[in-house]
Design a protein around this ligand. Sequence first.
Ligand code: CP
Ligand code: NVA
Length: 305
Amino acid sequence: MSRHVVTISELGDDDLRAILEAARAPLDDALLAGQGVALVFERPSLRTRAASSTAVQELGGYVTFFSDDEIGLDTRESAEDVGRTIDALYAVCAMRVRHHAVFGRIRSATKDRLSLINLLSDVAHPTQAIADVLTIADHFAGGDASQLAGLRVAYVGDATNVTRSLAVALTRLGAEVVVGAPEGYQLTAGTDEDPLAIDGARLRLTASPTEAVRGADVVYTDAWVSMGFEEETKRRRKDLADFRVDGSLLDGAAPGAVVLHCLPAHRGDEITDDVLDGPASLVWQQVAHRRSAMVGALRWIKDGE
Ligand code: CP
Ligand code: NVA
C-alpha cells in the first residue's frame, strides 16, 4: 500500500515526526529522479503550486500541472478515471480539490497504489499545517517540533480546513490550541480531519476573540471567505467583524507573541496591514516552509516504497 498525505489525522505520530524531520534534512538526494508528480488544481493557488513545483524539482523529479478546466473532475470524466490515468503515468498525485471525498474514491479506484497528497480540500490542508509547525518550531524550539509542549496557540476567525489540520498537528505535538470563532463558524465534529476527536486533546473552543488570544504565544488567522464560500461574503464580513486580528487584539496575547496566516490575506478583513507587515508576523517564513513541507511529504512517501 502506498503512503498518502491526505489529512494529518491519518498520519501516525511516527509518520508526522518523520515528515517533519525529512522536511529539514539537507537537499542532497534525488529521490524523484526521472519521476513525475501530477499537480491537479480544482481551485486557484499561488503558494501551494509554487512550493509543490520547486520541491519536486529539488528532488530530481518533474511536474505536470492540470487545471480544473483541463481535467473536469466529475464533469469531463469521473474522478476515478482521472486517478487511474494518473496512476498509469505518474509516481505521485498531488491535488487541490473541492470535495475531500475525491481522495477516498481515487484510493479505491487505484487500489491504493497511487500516492496522494492533499494540497487543500474543503476539509483539510495538511501540507500547510506541516509548514506552520516547522515555522513555529523554528521560532520557539530551535527547530525541534518535539519541544512544543505547553505552547499556547490561538486561532481566531472562521474555523477552516487550515484550522482543522493545524489544530490536529499542534495538539498532537503537545501544544495547547484555543479556537475563537462566532457561532456557526466554529469547529464541528465528524470530518476526516477532526481535532475534536483526539483523545485528551489540548483544544479549547470559545466564542470570544479576546479570550482566545489571552496569553497566546501564537495568533493564527485565515480568510473569512474561503474558496467556495464567495456568495456568503457580505454575511461573513458582518458575522466575523469582531474577530479581526488587529493591534488591539494582539495586545492581549503573551509578550513576544507571533502572528501566522496561511495566505492569501484579505487585508482589512481578517487581519490588518500593521499586524501582517509588523514585527510579530512570520507569514513569509511560513511561505518558505511550504516548500520544506512538500519536500518532507514527498520524501516520506518515497521512503515508504
Ligand atoms: N496557503 C495557500 O495554500 O496558498 P495558495 O492558495 O496560494 O496555494
Ligand atoms: N481556508 C482557505 C485557505 C486558503 C489557502 C480556503 O480554503 O480558501
